[in-house]
Ligand binder design. Structure first.
Ligand code: KIV
Ligand code: NA
Length: 270
């Protein structure tokens, strides 16, 4: 299987229609990427790794080093999906040049095909600057977690008319600037639909609508690795429970000296 390309992802939405919805999941490690790759169109090395992998309170403290290291692992573990890396907070907002330097570093150090950054119309010139210089950009509107200190939390967006209009015009600005896809996160469904109809590139929903052109979830959330997840997460499995049960069995076998057994123990020949 040859690796998908950004233009092929972009072309899945033709004349406003996406017949085959885009499947995206987050991946942070090589093994995780190996397991997800064949089932996905896109793997996102999300800055959600701050909370998921590093136990940080938000995505704000995530560094370029973290993104580059995990991005490289995910590229090594995949051969089919387009790998997109989140630009961490503080690595792209100051100027188009800063954004290009950071994005170029991420692509050079990892082999990923594209970056994702948060923000609307204010980021459109940056999206165009990168895209015209060889770096495809995925946008991200609605609930943008890096803006938690401005938004005051992680509540769904688009409940007032002003907020709804802003989300749609932000998405349009990113689309016109050449974003190849846009994540629409944590918005009321009519806004997710309005954005999807307003832009020519595919929308990828999370806490948005089944009518988006694709969907994304944080893999660890949908696998049930966490106690508390947002309402929009469907928990397809309870992996945490499986891990806990398995570890409890191991611990009791160690304490009973029944592990290692004969099969796991080397003996001298003869
Ligand atoms: O960091 C992340 O995992 C994301 C997705 C939730 C879209 O940005
Ligand atoms: Na993110």
């Amino acid at each position: 299987m040859k690796r998908l390309t950004v233009p092929r992802i972009r072309a899945r939405k033709t004349d406003g229609v996406t017949e085959d919805p885009l499947v995206m999941l987050t991946a942070y490690t090589a093994r995780q990427a190996q397991l997800l790759d064949a089932h996905c169109d896109l793997l996102l090395v999300g800055d959600s790794l701050g909370q998921v992998i590093y136990g940080l309170p938000s995505t704000i403290p995530v560094t370029m080093e973290m993104m580059a290291n995990h991005g490289a692992a995910v590229v090594r573990g995949s051969y089919h999906s387009v790998v997109v890396i989140d630009m961490p907070f503080g690595s792209y907002e100051a100027s188009r040049e800063q954004a290009f330097d950071s994005a170029a570093r991420l692509l050079k150090e990892t082999g990923a095909a594209a970056v994702k950054l948060e923000g609307g119309a204010a980021m459109a010139p940056t999206v165009e600057f990168l895209n015209t210089r060889g770096i495809p950009v995925m946008g991200h509107v609605g609930l943008t977690p890096q803006a938690v200190n401005v938004l005051g939390g992680y509540a769904a967006r688009g409940r007032s008319d002003a907020e709804a209009d802003k989300i749609v015009s932000d998405a349009k600005a990113l689309d016109e600037a050449g974003a190849f896809a846009i994540v629409v996160e944590g918005v009321v469904e009519p806004i997710a639909i309005a954005v999807t109809e307003a832009v020519s590139c595919p929308t990828i929903g999370i806490g948005a609508s089944a009518k988006c052109d694709g969907q994304v979830l944080v893999t660890d959330d949908m696998l049930g690795m966490f106690e508390r997840v947002p309402r929009f997460v469907k928990r397809y499995e309870n992996i945490a429970e499986i891990i806990e049960k398995t570890v409890a069995t191991y611990a009791s076998e160690v304490r009973a000296r029944s592990f290692p057994g004969e099969e796991q123990t080397y003996q001298p020949k003869g």
